[in-house]
Design a protein. Sequence first.
Lengths: 298, 388
Amino acid sequence: MIFGFPPSFWLGLVVNGLATGGAYALFAAGLTIIFGVVGILNFAQGEFFMVGGFVAFFISQNLGWGYWVSLVLTTAVMAAVGAGSYYGMFRRLQRSPRAVEVGLVTTLGLSILLQNGFTILFGAIPRSPNNSLLNDNVVVGGVDTGVLMLIALGISIVALGGLHLFLKRSRLGLAIRGVPQNRELAAIIGVSSAKVTTTALAVGMGLTGLAAAAIIPFYGVFPTMGTGFVFTGFAIVVIAGFGSIGGAIVIALLLGVVMSVAGGGFSASAQDAAPLVLMTAALLVRPNGLVKRAVRAQ
Amino acid sequence: MTTSEHSLLSIDPPVHRGRLAKSSGVLILLAIVATFPLWAGSDYYVTVGTLVLTYAGLSQTLNMVYGYLGYMSISQVTFWGIGAYAAVKVTLDWHVNPWVGILVGSLITAIIAVPFGLLSMRRSRNAFAIVSIVTMLFAALIANDWQSFTGGATGIINLPEPNIHLGSISITVVDERQFYYATLVIALAVLAIVYLLVSSRWGRLLKSIKADESLSASYGTNNTFHKVLNLSIAAFLAASLGAITVFRVTVVDPSMINFYYVAPILGMVLVGGGGSFWGVTSAAAALTIIPEILRMTDQYQALFYGAVLMIVALALPEGVAPTLMKRRQASLARRSLHERRRLEPSLSVATSPLGDANASASVAAGGSPAELDIDWSLVSGDLQEDLT
C-alpha cells in the first residue's frame, strides 16, 4: 500500500501517464523544432492540435475510414497545413525585425481566432469518434490498461523513433538541427532557409496532428482542447531549455507521468498545477533549462 | 551662431509648435471625459465609457512593460486579477472601506510582482513571455481551486459599495454614473502616473534597456532592478483597475484572470504602437467602442480582437499610430528643410542641383544641415516617442 492504494494502482497511473506523455512528447517536439528553425514561439500550436483533432474526427467518423487511416491522413493533412503556413504567415513573420514578439502576438491572435471560430461553427461540447476498442482493457504487468492508451503510446514511440532517424540520418534533418545552432553559417554553406523552414513546419505540425489523431478516441474533440496542451507544451520547453528536442521529449514523458499520478492519486488541481510547479522549480534551480547544455544568446 | 547650430535649432519648431495645441487638446479631452455621464443619455453608454477608461488604463500598464521596456507581459491580466481578489479579501476580512482595500490590494499585488519579476526577467524576453503566460494559467487555477480562500468558480459575491465617508461628507458609489467617476479617478491616476514615469529620465532609462540590455548594463545600470521596479509599478496600477472593476460588478470570480482580457489590451498596445502614450490611449478607446457599436457577442468580440492582433502584427508591426506619425514627421521635416532653403539662399544653391540624397551624401563630411534631414528619418521612431 502506497498512500492507501495498492502498487498496481500507481503502476496503472504511470502507464496512463506515459500514454498522454507520448502525445505531449510529439507536441513538444513539434513546438521545439518550429521554435528552433523558424525562431518563433508558435502559440497557435495548441489550436493546430485542435484542428488536427477535428480533421481526424472527420476522417474516422464522418468519412468512416477508421482510426488507422485517420492517423496517416491527419499527419499528412497537418504537415501540408504546416508547410502552407510558411508561405501564408511564418515567412512574413521571420522577416520582421522583432520576429519573436510579433510572432507570439500573431500566433496568439490566430489561436483566439481558431478557437472561437471553431466554437461558433461546431459548438463547445466534446465529441468522440466511435472506436470499438474504447472499452477494451488488457492486463500489463498485473495492471488493467486501456488498449487505446497502449496503442497511443506505441504510436508515439514509433513516431519519435522515426523523428530520431530523420534528424540524425537525413540531410534535411541535419539542417533542422544545424540551423538553430548557427543560422548565418547554415546560409553560407548553402542550406536553403525556405526549404528547411518549410520542412520544420511540416514536421512540427505533422507530429502535432498525429498526437491529436492518436488520443482523440479517449480524449475527445473540442475547440478548447489545445489550451491545456499549449500550456503544458510551453512549460516543457521552458523546463527542458529552449531548442532541445531530446530534452523536450524526456521532460514530456516525465511530466505526463507526474500529471497522471498527481491527478489520479491526489486531485485534478494537483494535475493541472504539476507543470507549473515544475516549471517554477526548474527556473529557480536551472534557469537555462535542465537538459540543454549550451544556451544560445537571444 | 555657426551653420550647424542653427540647423539644429531649426529642427525644433515642429516639436514646440504642437505643444500648445496638445495641452489644449488634453484639456478639451478631460472636459469631455469628466462631463460624459451628464450628457451620455443612457446607462449603457456610461458603462461603455467606464470600459473605455478601464481599458485605457490597463493597456497603458502593458505599454509600460511591453512598449517601453520590451517585455511582452501577459501578466498584466494576472496582476489585475490578483489585485481584484486581494482588494476584496482585504476589504472583507479586515472590515475596512473598499478604497482602503483597493489601495492595500494593489500594494500586495506590487509586492507579489517582485519575486515573479526576479524569477522570470533574468532570462530571455521569450522566456518571460512564456512564463508570464503560464503564470496566468497558474493564477486562474488557484482562483478556481482554492475554494476556501477565493470562493472557487463562483467567486465572492455581493461585494460592498465603495462609499466614501469623510466627516460630514458622504459620497455614495452605487449606480453606473457614480462608478464611472470612481473608475475615472483611478484611470486618470494610472494614465498620469504612466505618462509622468515614461516621459521622465527613468522612462528614457527603460528605453535604453529595451534597446540593448548589455549595453545599458555596461554603462552601470542595474537592469534587473529597473525592470522589476517597472513590472511592480505596472502591477500596482493594473491591480487598482481590476479592484475597482470587481466592486463595480459586485462579484470577483476566476473569469477576471482570462485571455478574454489579454487579447484586447495586446491589440490596443499594438495598434497604438508600443511606446507611444497617446497612440495606445486612442487605440484603447477605439478598440473598446467598435465591438460595442457592432453589438458583438463575447465570442465574436474574441474573433474581432484575434483578427486585430493578427492583422496588425502581420501588416503593421510598428502599430497604426506610429506609422501615421512617422509619415507626418517625414513631411514636417521636409517642410522645415524647404523653409530653411528659402531663408538661406546659399543653402539652396548648394543643394538644389543635386537633389536631397546626393546633397546630403556629398556634404556629409562638412556637416551641412542637409545631413540632418537624413538623420531625422532614421531616428524618427525614437524621437517620436519623446514628442508624445
